[in-house]
Design a binder for this molecule. Structure first.
Ligand SMILES: Cc1cc2nc3c(=O)[nH]c(=O)nc-3n(C[C@H](O)[C@H](O)[C@H](O)COP(=O)(O)O)c2cc1C
Length: 225
């Protein structure tokens, strides 16, 4: 698979097949992804990869506390700015509407929306859950480097026929993640990534999030026509 195809076929997969992923594949993806660039080559990423019993234990510990949904233990950082400006807020609303429409959950059906949201904490049944951390001393440039690492993981997953979903929602269970994974306190959890083979047959994986046109965010100067 070439890079353009990996980019074009990546999407946020929210239903996975149970097919296990061997350690050497997960390790290879995480290792190769570290070729991602980072300012000053500081390589600020830290990753925990879980499958099998440790993953089940984590999921069970969250399942045991449904009364805490949807906020869980509280987010450790603002996923969005407090007053998300336009056009960003409209894009966020639109992608949410499309997701719930795909699975037949109506806007006013709050329990239905919460049920889908809670699927995050089962990693959408993916056989592998990744957690991405960064040292708390790092600032926006290094958080941006983390994004480059994450996208590289996602594209290398495509190269293996795998799919992914980034999951900021996991910040709502950061205390549980820290306690079960024994993460040193100077790291902050940025997100989870669900990793596995897509269940192509279900509606939640059959729609695609739209994108703004290139002319709405890029300008071009000095190019020959
Ligand atoms: C860092 C990051 C965190 C995300 N967190 C979540 C999440 O918690 N739950 C979820 O369902 N999707 C999550 N997403 C997926 C986005 O909603 C998705 O990337 C966006 O709507 C564009 O759709 P696409 O990835 O299918 O192209 C996340 C994506 C990224 C990159």
């Amino acid at each position: 698979m070439d890079v353009a195809e990996a980019v074009a076929t990546r999407f946020s997969c929210r239903a996975f097949l149970p097919t296990p992923i061997p350690l050497d594949i997960v390790r290879d993806i995480l290792e190769r992804a570290a070729r991602a660039p980072s300012g000053g080559n500081v390589q600020p990423w830290r990753v925990s990869a879980l499958t099998g019993d440790p993953l089940e234990k984590l999921k069970a510990s969250i399942r045991a506390r449904p009364e805490l949904l949807p906020r869980g233990e509280g987010a450790e950082y603002d996923i969005y700015p407090p007053n998300l400006k336009e056009p960003y807020e409209e894009r966020r609303r639109d992608v949410g509407a499309k997701l719930y429409q795909a699975i037949g959950v109506k806007r006013e059906d709050r329990p239905g929306r919460y049920r889908q949201y809670a699927r995050n904490f089962a990693f959408f049944d993916a056989p592998v859950g990744l957690f991405i951390f960064i040292d708390r001393s790092m600032g926006p440039p290094q958080w941006s480097d983390l994004g480059g690492y994450i996208q590289t993981v996602m594209l290398l997953a495509r190269d293996r026929g795998l799919h992914t979903c980034g999951q900021e929602a996991w910040t709502h269970w950061h205390k549980t993640v820290y306690s079960l994974l024994d993460i040193p306190p100077h790291f902050i959890l940025f997100c989870g990534i669900a990793l596995g083979y897509a269940d192509e047959s279900v509606p939640i994986n059959k729609w695609r999030a739209p994108r703004a046109s290139v002319d709405s965010f890029a300008t071009f100067a000095g190019f020959a026509r």
